[in-house]
Write a new protein. Structure first.
Length: 321
């Protein structure tokens, strides 16, 4: 099975084969009075620029620094393995009220609840633009932020740019109009290391995240680039299911993440959502990252496999063969 087919099956991404070569665009701004010849040349160039714009694609990683608590981000309400009562019993004083959770229904009839501050994500999910990757984590359980972050970024970081998400929403349309073929960005959101007072801190952090993602995709939709931009979340690790003595949580292992964009084929969940009363080995970060990168580079699959470029399909997709 080819990489694009594997990606479509595992992560629900709608792929359309298109051939192009990745290119970097250097823009120089000058104040010029255009001649008639310049105007005619520009008019003739419009179809070519439009074609390149339609082939443009961007990947945006949103890193939730500190280790987001996935247990309160995606909550099982009515599933085959467990329900809200299971969650309430395991979470104790950190359990969110059932009526506050934002319900999302999967194709198989299971119902989960998003954190009450994730209203934009609920809307995007209902529009078919969000897939959930359940229980993703580093290969071995680590407790230090720096070590876990290094594990993630080793798999994700390929010379990406790191502006704020609001700025990325401005850069992408400009880059696409200028004729660039591809961009990769990584944006960080702080406030997710909730060792104490978790309910208040995570409410605040997720509200900021949800607002930023909603504004970002509003800008991308306005630019007509919804199906060419995919955003995905990452975080060092999840949190413990049981609360600690300071109304917070300790470092955990696997975590739930979101893949968002118009290229998402359907609103669904991939991977195995673990039972809350047992520790499950997470889906490796390598597999999660490789799926998104395959979507990003699938236009280049016909390029020489001997390429040593970090963005070549061979290098980016090595984790999946």
């Amino acid at each position: 099975m080819g990489a694009p087919t594997t990606l479509a099956r595992l992560y629900g991404l709608r792929l359309e084969p298109r051939a192009h070569r990745a290119a970097k665009c250097l823009i120089r701004y000058e104040m010029l009075t255009p001649s008639r010849r310049d105007v005619l040349k520009t008019m003739c160039a419009v179809p070519a620029f439009a074609a390149r714009r339609s082939q443009y694609r961007a990947v945006v990683c949103v890193f939730l620094s500190g280790g987001n608590d996935g247990h309160n981000t995606v909550v099982p309400l009515r599933t085959a393995a467990q329900n809200y009562e299971t969650y309430r019993r395991m979470r104790g004083g950190l359990a969110l009220p059932e009526r506050s959770l934002l319900p999302i229904a999967l194709e198989n009839g299971e119902v989960y609840g998003l954190h009450p501050r994730l209203e934009s994500l609920q809307r995007l999910f209902r529009e078919g633009k969000v897939a959930i990757a359940a229980n993703v984590g580093v290969a071995r359980r680590v407790g230090a932020h720096s070590e876990a972050r290094k594990e993630w970024l080793t798999k994700l970081d390929q010379g990406v740019r790191r502006p704020a998400l609001e700025e990325v929403g401005k850069i992408i349309p400009t880059s696409a109009r200028a004729g660039a073929m591809s961009d990769v960005f990584c944006c960080a959101f702080d406030g997710f290391d909730t060792h104490g007072a978790q309910l208040e801190l995570q409410h605040r952090a997720l509200a900021a995240l949800d607002r930023a993602i909603g504004d970002f995709f509003a800008a991308i939709d306005t630019a007509g680039l919804s199906r060419q931009v995919t955003l995905f979340t990452a975080s060092e690790f999840g949190r413990s299911i049981a609360p600690n003595s300071t109304d917070g949580t300790d470092h955990g292992w696997g975590n739930h993440h979101f893949i968002i964009g118009g290229a998402v084929n359907r609103a669904t969940m991939f991977g195995h959502f673990p039972r809350l009363d047992s520790l499950a080995t997470p889906t490796p970060v390598e597999q999660y990252a490789a799926r998104v990168r395959t979507w990003y580079t699938e236009n280049d699959v016909r390029r020489s496999a001997s390429s040593s470029s970090p963005s070549s399909p061979r290098a980016w997709c090595a984790a999946t063969g």
